[in-house]
Design a protein around this ligand. Structure first.
Ligand code: NOJ
Ligand code: CA
Length: 675
C-alpha cells in the first residue's frame, strides 16, 4: 500500500533581501539536497548538492510565452509544503519485478508580485538516485491558454567531466553515434545525456512522463550550463500549446556513484504514473523472428516485384522455423501496399494498413500461424505520415484483432521535421518526431492498440520517458542506431556502440535493437563488428520484452549452438544487477528469469580486449548452479574471427569468482541453470 506522509513542515526559510533559500529538501538517504532560491529580481533558481558539495549550481526556471510576457521574473513565494512517499510497486513485465519508489517532494507556489500576478507551481522531488522537477500551470483567469515559445529550465553542472551525447535537431533524428567530449564542449544534445564528473559521480539528464508536450533537448549556453531547448511545434506553431491546468514532464537528473549504479536506477519509471490500463495480463513478452534481415541485406525487397520478401510461401517458411524452434512470433515486413517507390522520402501517403500485396495471402498466413501456435507480429511503417496512419488506425488495428495479431511494430522513417501530423485542432502539418503533435500521436496509437489488447513496438519513435509504466502495452521501441546499421550503415556501428547504449539510450528503457546476428557478410565491408559471443550477450544486456532473433532461419539452422542460447534466453526478468561497467567500454549485467530460478549474465566490451572479474554473489546462497558459458575463443576478434566461440559448462555457486576474457569486440553470455 502506498504510504503518504504529508509532512506539514513548511520548509520555509526567511526571505531575506537578495538571494535567500526559499525551501529545501533532502533525499531519504540525506545525500541529495535540493534547494530553491528566489533572487533579488524574483527569479526562481534550483540547485542540487550531493554529500554537501555542489552538483547543480543555481539554475534558472521559467518560460517564454508566444502571446504574453515571459513567466520568469518578479516572483514571490506563495506557499510551500513537503511530503514523503514510499511504496514498492510491481511491474507487469520488466527488467525487475518490484521497484521501490521512495522520495521526498516539495510543492512550491509562486506568484508574480506585480502586473497580472500570474501563478506558477513547482514540484521538486529528491530520491536517493536523483532529483526531478516539473512545473504545474494552475487554473487561473490570467493564463488560461498557455503557448510556450521556450522553456527556460537550466542545468548548471557544478564540476567538470566527460559527456556522452547524441546531437539534436539533425536529419537522422536519434540515429547518430554517441559523441564523447568534455562537458564544456557539448553542443546541442538530445536527452538522455550522460555525464561523468571529475569526482566519479555519474549523472544523466533526461525527462520523464512526456505527455502532450514537446520533447526536451539541451543547449549548452556557456561553460557547463545547459538550458532546455524544446522541440519546435509543427510548422510555425508554438513549441507547446496547452490549456491550464496541466503539468509539464519531469526534468530529471539521475545521480549515481558509478556507471553501474546509474544503469540500475529506476528513477524515470518512478516519476511516471501507475498503470492506467487495468488488467494487462494480455501484454506478453515475445521472442520473434522475421522477414526482416533479408531485406536489410538486400537479398529481398519490401516493395513488390521478383525479390519481394513478404510472399505467402516465405512467411510460411519462417512460421515453420519458429514453430519448430519454439520461437513465439514472426514479423513480416513489406506485406502491405505502399512500399514501391521512395517510401522513406516521398511522404508515405501510399501506405495502406489493410491491403496486402497480391502475393501475400494475409488470411492464409494468419491461419497457418495460428495452426502452428505462432503469433504474427504486425508491421505498420508510416514513413512518419502519422496523419495517413491515424486515418486508417481503427480499421488497421481491427484487422489485427480479427487475425489474432498480439503486437505491432510501427515505424516513422523520414528525415527530421518531415513528419506529417495532425495538430490538436485537426489541421495536418509538417512536424518534428519529438514535437508535441507527434508525442500526442504516439499516445493515441498506444491507447487505440490497448483497447484491442495489442502491444506496440515503435521505431523512429519519440524518446522513451517511462510511459510503459502507465501504458504497459508500449513494450519497446528503437530510438537509437540499431543493429540494422551493421547491414548497410555508412558507417556501421563501431564496437563500443552497445557499451555506449547501456549507459545512455538504455537508461530509459527497452530497446528493439535486434540482436543475434551471426551472418558473416552484410552490405558493408566491416560487417557486424562484434564476436558471436557478444551477440549472445546482447540478449541479456539489452532489455526488451519484444526481442528479436534477428538473423535468417538458414543461418540459425547452420549454427545450432549459438542459436540454442538465443532460443532459451528469457525476455522477462525478476531482478537485474549491473555488476560492472564504464560508459562506452564494457558492461556486465546479470538478470534473474521471472519464470524460473535461473540467472543469466551478459558481458560486452568495446574494440579492446577485457578481463572482467565477477563474483556470483547474486546467486542464491548454498544453491548449486550449472553455468553454461558461451565465451570468445582463443582466436576471437571482431575483425577476423567473430565466429570463434567456445561453450563450456561448470558447476558454480554464490561464492564462485569468474574471470571473463572478452576478445576485441567481444562478449560473454552465461546461463546459470539451477541444479
Ligand atoms: C526502420 C526500422 O528500424 C527497421 O527495423 C525496419 O525494417 C525499416 N524501418 C522498414 O520499416
Ligand atoms: Ca530505424
Amino acid at each position: 500500500m502506498p504510504r503518504f506522509v504529508f509532512a506539514l513542515a513548511l520548509a520555509l526559510l526567511s526571505l531575506l533581501a537578495g538571494a535567500a533559500p526559499v525551501a529545501e529538501l533532502a533525499s531519504p538517504d540525506g545525500r541529495n539536497h535540493l534547494r530553491l532560491d528566489i533572487d533579488k529580481d524574483g527569479r526562481a533558481l534550483w540547485s542540487v548538492q550531493r554529500d554537501g558539495k555542489p552538483l547543480i549550481e543555481p539554475s534558472r526556471l521559467g518560460f517564454l510565452l508566444t502571446d504574453a510576457r515571459k513567466l520568469e521574473r518578479g516572483f514571490e513565494l506563495e506557499a510551500a509544503a513537503t511530503r514523503e512517499f514510499d511504496e514498492t510497486w510491481e511491474q507487469p513485465w520488466g527488467e525487475q519485478r518490484f521497484i521501490r519508489n521512495h522520495y521526498r517532494e516539495l510543492s512550491v507556489g509562486l506568484r508574480e508580485r506585480e502586473g497580472l500576478r500570474r501563478r506558477l507551481e513547482l514540484r521538486l522531488r529528491a530520491y536517493d538516485d536523483g532529483v526531478a522537477l516539473r512545473y504545474v500551470f494552475p487554473e487561473q483567469a490570467e493564463l488560461k491558454s498557455v503557448n510556450i515559445g521556450e522553456e527556460l529550465t537550466e542545468f548548471n553542472v557544478a564540476r567538470p567531466g566527460t559527456a556522452w551525447w547524441d546531437t539534436a535537431f539533425e536529419w537522422n533524428r536519434e540515429e547518430y553515434l554517441y559523441l564523447r567530449t568534455s562537458i564544456n564542449e557539448v553542443g546541442l544534445a538530445q536527452t538522455p545525456m550522460t555525464l561523468r564528473l571529475d569526482n566519479g559521480t555519474h549523472l544523466a539528464i533526461h525527462e520523464a512522463a512526456l505527455v502532450d508536450y514537446s520533447g526536451m533537448n539541451l543547449a549548452r549556453v556557456e561553460g557547463r550550463r545547459f538550458k532546455a531547448d524544446l522541440t519546435p511545434g509543427s510548422a510555425g506553431q508554438p513549441k507547446v500549446h496547452r490549456m491550464a491546468p496541466f503539468a509539464t514532464p519531469w526534468r530529471m537528473v539521475q545521480i549515481a556513484d558509478s556507471a553501474s549504479r546509474l544503469a540500475e536506477s529506476r528513477l524515470m519509471l518512478n516519476l511516471n504514473e501507475p498503470n492506467a490500463l487495468g488488467d494487462v495480463s494480455w501484454v506478453k513478452p515475445l521472442k520473434f523472428i522475421g522477414v526482416w534481415w533479408e531485406m536489410h541485406l538486400g537479398k529481398s525487397t519490401w516493395g513488390s516485384g521478383p525479390k519481394h520478401g513478404a510472399t505467402t510461401a516465405n512467411a510460411m517458411r519462417y512460421i515453420d522455423f519458429a514453430a519448430k524452434n519454439g520461437i513465439g512470433g514472426v514479423l513480416v515486413e513489406g506485406w502491405n501496399k505502399g512500399w514501391d517507390g521512395n517510401w522513406w522520402s516521398d511522404g508515405g501517403a501510399d501506405f495502406s494498413f489493410t491491403e496486402p500485396y497480391a502475393d501475400f495471402d494475409l488470411g492464409r498466413v494468419a491461419a497457418y500461424a495460428k495452426e502452428k501456435g505462432v503469433a504474427l507480429v504486425g508491421h505498420h511503417e508510416t514513413a512518419a505520415n502519422a496523419a495517413n496512419y491515424e486515418r486508417q488506425l481503427g480499421p488497421a488495428l481491427d484487422l489485427y484483432v480479427r487475425l489474432g495479431v498480439p503486437a505491432v511494430k510501427t515505424g516513422y522513417v523520414s528525415d527530421a521535421a518531415q513528419a506529417q501530423v495532425y495538430g490538436a485542432e485537426g489541421v495536418e502539418r509538417r512536424g518534428w518526431h519529438e514535437g508535441q503533435d507527434m508525442v500526442r500521436h504516439h499516445l493515441k496509437v498506444v491507447l487505440e492498440a490497448a483497447k484491442r489488447h495489442i502491444t506496440v513496438d515503435t521505431h523512429e519513435p519519440v524518446k522513451d520517458t517511462g510511459l510503459r509504466r502507465t501504458y504497459p502495452n508500449w513494450v519497446s521501441r528503437e530510438g537509437a542506431r540499431g543493429q540494422e546499421y551493421n547491414a548497410w550503415g555508412e558507417p556501421g556501428n563501431p564496437p563500443e556502440h552497445e557499451a555506449n547504449l547501456v549507459f545512455t539510450r538504455l537508461l530509459c528503457s527497452p530497446m528493439d535493437f535486434t540482436p543475434g546476428i551471426l551472418s558473416m557478410k552484410t552490405q558493408i565491408p566491416q560487417g557486424v563488428p562484434t564476436t558471436w559471443a557478444k551477440q549472445l550477450a546482447l540478449y541479456v544486456v539489452i532489455y526488451s520484452p519484444l526481442q528479436m532473433a534477428a538473423d535468417l532461419p538458414e543461418v540459425y539452422e547452420k549454427n545450432p549452438v549459438p542459436f540454442d542460447f538465443i532460443r532459451r534466453v528469457p525476455m522477462d526478468w525478476a531482478e537485474t544487477r549491473v555488476l560492472g561497467g564504464e560508459v562506452g567500454e564494457f558492461a556486465t549485467i546479470a538478470r534473474k528469469d521471472r519464470a524460473s530460478e535461473d540467472w543469466y549474465l551478459g558481458a560486452i566490451g568495446d574494440a579492446k580486449a577485457h578481463q572482467l572479474d565477477v563474483v556470483l554473489d547474486f546467486l542464491r546462497p548454498g544453491q548449486r548452479y550449472r553455468a553454461h558459458i558461451y565465451k570468445d575463443g582463443p582466436k576471437a576478434d571482431y575483425k577476423t574471427h567473430r565466429e570463434d566461440m567456445v561453450v563450456q559448462t561448470r558447476e558454480v555457486d554464490a561464492k564462485t569468482r569468474l574471470r571473463l576474457h572478452l576478445a576485441p569486440g567481444g562478449g560473454q553470455a552465461i546461463w546459470f541453470e539451477k541444479l
